[in-house]
Design a protein around this ligand. Sequence first.
Ligand SMILES: [Fe+2]
Length: 187
Amino acid sequence: MTDYSVADYVSDIRAIVGEETDPRRITERIRPLATRLAAAPGWITDEHRACDEAQGFGVHLLHEEDNHDLAVFLISWLPDRGTLPHNHATWAVVAGIEGQEQEVEWVRRDDGSKPGYAELERAGERVMTAGGSSACLPDDIHSVWNVGDEISLSLHTYGRHINHTGRSEFDPEARAERPFVVKVEDG
Ligand SMILES: [Fe+2]
């Protein structure tokens, strides 16, 4: 299993999106492959562990197609840092590599008709560790937090590069919705 590479993974997920259109089916089929790549971390370099202090996490692009589809990232998270609730506006698969990442699921309670406004309710949480995985459909809302004492690493795969989907982040206390664009490292 240790010979499974990022290139092998990209080849496999290209085949899946060539056969499936339903995001649920796509993520179901990709999850075991993401877990397999996460369990063979010979491809991870010291640079991949670099985190952006201002952002709280480092987003390292491993692959995207020329049109920004099929984006694969290694994300490194500083301890006690993470994201606000956000959606992806594309399907997403996350696989744990190192550390403990808490994932909180949120449900939107308003109808989305008022620009910049959103009411969110916390719906559940779990902690992902090495060997674990999770999936999101395009409208699902979650937040991620590194609850461990060390930098955590996880593999993230999206139907489209997350800075090219027009997705949102949410501030539940301020009841605000705004565009969510992350700083991305090349590689
Ligand atoms: Fe996310």
